[in-house]
Design a protein around this ligand. Structure first.
Ligand code: GLY
Length: 360
């Protein structure tokens, strides 16, 4: 059975890897380079607790399940690619600057709420203007840039093929088969998965299967510490940003802007991220900016994932991960590969593409 996946990000590659392992003939068409868009720009957090403030019940349940799948998913990717992806369950501190925020955290989670002194004992770089912090020892992270390379390698080792710099521009139904058109070729396929992140809605079709795309820009910084200073041991959230220790650097994220497909780096975002991070950890003022980058989150009209078969038979979609593309990868791989294989898949009806009136 010939399957075409549009998009070589973490979702497309994860599903493709599962399908290739199941013996399917899988080709991934990638408009640019594999895992170089949102997968590369992300912070790599596997943070169902910290992100639950933005989530509804379906999404929280999906996030928790995906976080549980992550250790085995990571081990399999490493074993099959021969590459390390830096999965670490080091926990996260979610800092509250006011009593109200602390109460909100207490309501959001059953995890331990630390006093300000206890939080600073765990993370000495924290400043004085906090009232407490939620400590979740199960929050994790992965090196998302290493993950993208390893996933592509595991997929190819499992027999999958990737065609880079080849954008899908149109999908048609011809004689009960799907045909994907690129600038270079027509590819007939039995099944097609659109997993093109923020670009998923850009493919021309005779009927709409996806709502209008909503790219949500995020700018990030990486700081390097002065000689002799160690970065924090765990992820820290607070003051509107998150700080992620990675390979001797500290990543600071992220802005959220609806500015279309714009990925320009701005002084305004650099200043905002720096101010917020220094507000949380005053000594960061002496750390140097090592990198500044931007990516586009795949948003959806209701900020929930869009997963499943579309109104066109055998045409599937996996997009709308919004802030959680890395976190959701194992659960998307599991559910969407099972749907494509025609085997029983866990319930994801709340994420069906048909929930949007414009495509039902
Ligand atoms: N997951 C964090 C972000 O999207 O900024």
């Amino acid at each position: 059975m010939k399957t075409i996946i549009i998009g070589a990000g973490v979702a497309g590659l994860s599903v493709g890897w599962k399908l290739a392992q199941a013996g399917l003939d899988v080709l991934v068409l990638e408009r640019a380079q594999p895992a170089r868009a949102a997968t590369w720009a992300a912070a790599g957090m596997i943070a169902p607790t910290a992100e639950s403030a933005h989530a509804n019940a379906d999404e929280t349940q999906f996030a928790r399940w995906s976080a549980e799948l992550w250790p085995e998913f990571a081990a399999q990717i490493e074993a099959q690619s021969g590459r390390q992806i830096g999965y670490r369950r080091d926990g996260a501190l979610i800092v509250a600057a006011t009593q109200d925020a602390a109460e909100q955290l207490r309501a959001q989670s059953t995890k331990t709420l630390l006093t300000a002194d206890e939080a600073r004992a765990r993370e000495p770089l924290l400043g004085g203007n906090i009232v407490g912090a939620l400590w979740d020892s199960e929050e994790a992270q992965v090196d998302n840039r290493a993950l993208g390379i390893a996933l592509a390698s595991a997929f190819v080792r499992a027999g999958g093929k990737i065609s880079s710099n080849e954008a899908a521009v149109r999908i048609e139904v011809r004689d009960d088969r799907l045909v994907v058109q690129t600038p270079f070729a027509l590819y007939p396929a039995d099944k097609v998965l659109i997993a093109a992140g923020a670009w998923s809605g850009e493919i021309e079709m005779d009927v709409a299967v996806l709502p209008t795309a909503r790219p949500v820009k995020g700018e990030m910084l990486a700081l390097i510490p002065p000689q002799g200073t160690l970065p924090p041991k765990q992820v820290v959230w607070g003051n509107g940003v998150y700080l992620v220790p990675r390979e001797g650097r500290l990543l600071i994220g992220a802005t959220m802007e609806d500015t279309g497909f714009d990925t320009a780096l701005t002084d305004k975002a650099e200043a905002w991220l720096t101010d917020r991070a220094v507000g949380l950890m005053p000594s960061l003022t002496s750390w140097k900016i090592d990198e500044h980058w931007a990516g586009l989150r795949p948003g959806s009209p209701d900020n929930l994932p869009i997963l499943g078969e579309t109104r066109i038979k055998n045409l599937f979609v996996a997009t709308g991960q919004f802030r959680n593309g890395i976190l959701f990868a194992p659960a998307i791989a599991e559910t969407v590969s099972r749907l494509i294989l025609g085997s029983a898949a866990p319930e994801i009806r709340g994420f069906a593409p048909q929930r949007f009136a414009e495509v039902s």
